[in-house]
Design a protein around this ligand. Structure first.
Ligand SMILES: *Cc1c(COP(=O)(O)O)cnc(C)c1O
Length: 379
């Protein structure tokens, strides 16, 4: 037998999906409380997204991005209108890591500097530049040397950040809530401070909203809750509800002298159609607002269950439907138990954190099922 080799395959063969559910080939139903890494905010195979994909595929599957097409122009305009502040310039690509690579390049070209400041526990992707800004040694060590001139600071420590940023800094990259690193929300003060020090140094502040964006934390972009507008914002994962797409939203000053950048599949019509439909449904149904409310409900209930049943839980934290449950035992064994005995798929974030990133269409009944299953598994 030969075939794929990178992924450790799971013992479940998924055949179809609908809303928050996935169905295996033997008919078993799974509640997908990870939205398969936050990629399906509207739930699996949402009919409006499917219809948009079908219609666009019939009309035009591909034309290179230097030919304007209506569906891409519509997405540029939509993202510009929904962007925080004045981040109206949109670069489209095919993944999160590419959105961050572009942001690194734009920052370097526009400032003439090379140093990037990133944070410990960060995750920014797996190509040689984005990987260099990622903290975990396990992801980096076999591939070194990576892109150089990266300085890591402790996430949340304003003083360390101020010390690291100087007039040789091209950019500071921050996740408003660290995802892979264990679900750690930044304080408003920290994000404000990051805004101040980058502005003083003439460096670009980049928010990596690849996991926090698309309404997950209670607003379309997490930075809206802090009232802080970065110079660039990167998004991907849920933007096209399952089709590959990433975007870098930029302030004007980063588009004047950005060098020469491009990608063959940038803004392909089919992913653009999917992204337009995804954004329309998110906004029309106020799914970000729902995510904020339901996230609070879910976290409060897990916390209450933990106290009532004296569960081995160290901490329940998060923002909206980006929830981390830090446990006293290995998270992976619990995840297996949840999947095989309770039909619930969730995610790890490191060894000791269970991570929930459900589709934003889940309701209280799904949250209750999650809390009950977790209580049983932890007892
Ligand atoms: C997933 C993720 C990325 C990388 O995105 P890919 O599409 O896997 O390349 C970057 N940053 C954050 C915060 C992520 O969650």
């Amino acid at each position: 037998m030969s075939g794929g080799f990178v992924f450790n395959e799971k013992p479940i063969q998924i055949e179809s999906g609908e809303g928050p559910y996935l169905y295996a080939d033997d008919g078993t139903e799974y509640l997908d409380m990870g939205a398969n890494y936050a990629v399906t905010p509207l739930g699996h195979s949402h009919p409006k997204v499917t219809e948009a994909i079908q219609q666009q595929a019939e009309k035009l599957t591909y034309v290179q991005a230097s030919y304007p097409v209506e569906v891409r122009t519509e997405l540029y305009e939509k993202l510009a209108a929904l962007a925080p502040g004045d981040l109206e310039n949109v670069w489209l690509c095919n993944s999160g890591t590419e959105a961050n690579e572009a942001a690194m390049k734009f920052a370097r070209a526009s400032t003439g500097n090379s140093k990037i400041v990133a944070t410990k526990r960060s995750f920014h992707g797996r190509t040689m530049g984005a990987l260099a800004m990622t903290w975990k040694q396990k992801y980096k060590a076999p591939y070194e040397p990576l892109a150089g001139d990266i300085e890591f600071v402790t996430y949340g420590d304003s003083e360390e950040l101020a010390d690291a940023v100087d007039d040789e800094t091209a950019a500071v990259f921050l996740e408003p809530v660290q995802g892979e690193g264990g679900i750690h929300p930044a304080t408003v003060e920290y994000l404000e401070h990051a805004r101040d020090v980058t502005e003083d140094a003439g460096a670009a502040l980049v928010f990596d909203e690849i996991q926090t964006g698309m309404g997950r934390t209670g607003t379309l972009w997490a930075c809206e809750q802090a009232g802080v507008v970065p110079d660039m914002l990167t998004t991907a994962k849920g933007i096209a509800n399952g089709l590959p797409m990433g975007a870098t939203l930029c302030a004007d000053w980063l588009t004047e002298d950005f060098g020469d950048h491009g990608s063959t599949f940038s803004g392909g019509p089919v992913p653009c159609a999917a992204a337009n439909a995804t954004l329309d449904v998110l906004v029309e149904e106020d799914l970000p607002g729902h995510a904020g409310d339901l996230g609070s409900y879910l976290m409060e209930n897990i916390q209450a269950a933990s106290e009532e049943h004296d569960l081995p839980v160290r901490d329940v934290r998060g923002q909206g439907l980006m929830v981390g449950i830090e446990v006293k035992r290995g998270a992976n064994r619990l995840l297996k138990h949840l999947a095989l005995n309770h039909g619930i798929l969730a995610l790890p974030a490191g060894r000791s954190v269970l991570r929930l990133l459900p589709p934003l269409v889940v309701d209280e009944s799904h949250a209750d099922r999650m809390t009950d299953a977790l209580t049983e598994v932890l007892q």
